[in-house]
Design a protein around this ligand. Structure first.
Ligand SMILES: C[S@@+](CC[C@H](N)C(=O)[O-])C[C@H]1O[C@@H](n2cnc3c(N)ncnc32)[C@H](O)[C@@H]1O
Length: 349
């Protein structure tokens, strides 16, 4: 048995996707003496070995099957999952936003099913090093098996440590030796300090979270740590298109939500972010504002008064401006012939 090859003629050890006459997909691994059985026929694995990728073979009843090596994205979408995976659209963004480069030293936590680990290993290449951390044994086992299934063996440049990132990272990576830290976990804000210690100045921290509550909390912790540049947040939506003849339109279905990405760069030691060159507004977020949302990041204040338009990032409008807007709206209504009664009747505001 060989190691799966990414290209060239098909060989033993390769994983293959076989698409049958009805479009059904079957994934197999080529082994000496193996056979692919469907209910209507058989294909010996030996018939597929030596063929170019993307060939067609015929089974014992004359049915045609298309053979394709799965792409990395095909593999991660079909591999066994212990925990929810990072989808290929987000993995691609992570590689780009975190600037994962060949030779990079990257820390990743948690590992979950290993989907993101596979993309990171691809990005760092043979000369990089990936240090992955997972606190649950059984998830680590799933990830190890998935990475081995894809790569043919455990990659030599991959270290998977079982334990909480906060406890285990300092023992594995000395301070200031890591280029990138990628966090996909429930509470990334708990790991901001340990990630900052591991990162070199200029290194990238990227966090993937599923909800806006996590997004807000993570961004605020990064900002308040004073150890990073201002965090940048985004989400990625990919809408497939059906393009066939004159039927050219967006697909009816899409994966509408997966998660948000938050990125920031590690500042050099003893460096303070220069204040932004913008006028301070009354809407600056005070500790009291944040207290209801992020109690352990702010003071003790609570109560309804903190949910003000300013606290929610809205620019307050003066009474004068509001009166002007009312006049403008009523002029528009008059121009369109609306009855005064339709907008409240009082026209001399
Ligand atoms: C959503 S899964 C990660 C999925 C993974 N990125 C993938 O693409 O397959 C989140 C994982 O983080 C682990 N985790 C949560 N907090 C952690 C921490 N502080 N240290 C290490 N692992 C942690 C969980 O056990 C879980 O397996």
């Amino acid at each position: 048995m060989g190691t799966p090859a990414p290209s060239g003629p098909l060989g033993y050890g390769d994983r293959l996707q076989l698409t049958g006459p009805k479009g059904r997909l079957n994934t197999i691994t080529l082994v000496p003496g193996g056979e692919f059985h469907s209910h209507r026929g058989v294909i010996p694995h030996a018939d597929m070995v030596g063929l170019p990728d993307a060939s067609v073979v015929v089974n014992s009843s004359g049915e045609e099957y298309l053979l394709l090596r799965p792409l990395l994205s095909d593999f991660v979408m079909s591999m066994p999952r212990g925990a929810a995976i990072v989808y290929p659209k987000d993995a691609a963004q992570i590689l780009s936003l975190a600037d994962i480069f060949p030779g990079a030293r990257v820390v990743e936590a948690g590992v979950g099913s290993g989907a993101l680990s596979l993309h990171l290993l691809r990005g760092i290449g043979a000369t990089g090093e990936l240090f992955s951390f997972e606190r649950r044994d059984e998830f680590a086992d799933v990830a190890r098996a998935n990475v081995a299934a894809y790569s043919g063996a455990a990659p030599e440049n991959w270290t998977l440590s079982v334990g909480d990132l906060q406890d285990t990272l300092p023992a594995v990576c000395p301070d200031g030796t890591v280029d990138r830290v990628v966090l996909d976990m429930l509470a990334p804000w708990e790991c901001v300090d340990v990630a900052a210690n591991a990162l070199q100045p200029g290194g990238v921290l990227i966090c993937y979270v599923a909800t806006v509550t996590q997004l807000s909390r993570t961004a605020e912790q990064i900002r308040r740590s004073g150890l990073f540049t201002h965090p940048q947040s985004s989400e990625t939506m990919v809408r497939g298109w059906h393009v066939e003849g004159l039927a050219v339109r967006p697909d009816h279905r899409m994966v509408a939500h997966t998660g948000f990405l938050i990125t920031a760069r590690r500042l050099a030691p003893n460096t303070v972010m220069p204040s932004l060159k913008r006028r301070a507004s009354k809407g600056e977020f005070s500790d009291e504002d944040l207290a209801t949302w992020l109690p352990d990041l702010a003071g003790e204040a609570s109560g309804d008064e903190v949910w003000t338009p300013e606290a929610m990032g809205e620019r307050p409008k003066s009474e004068k401006v509001l009166r002007k807007k009312v006049r403008e709206a009523r002029t528009l209504a008059d121009e369109r012939g609306a009855e005064a009664a339709a907008y409240g009747g009082d026209t001399d505001a």
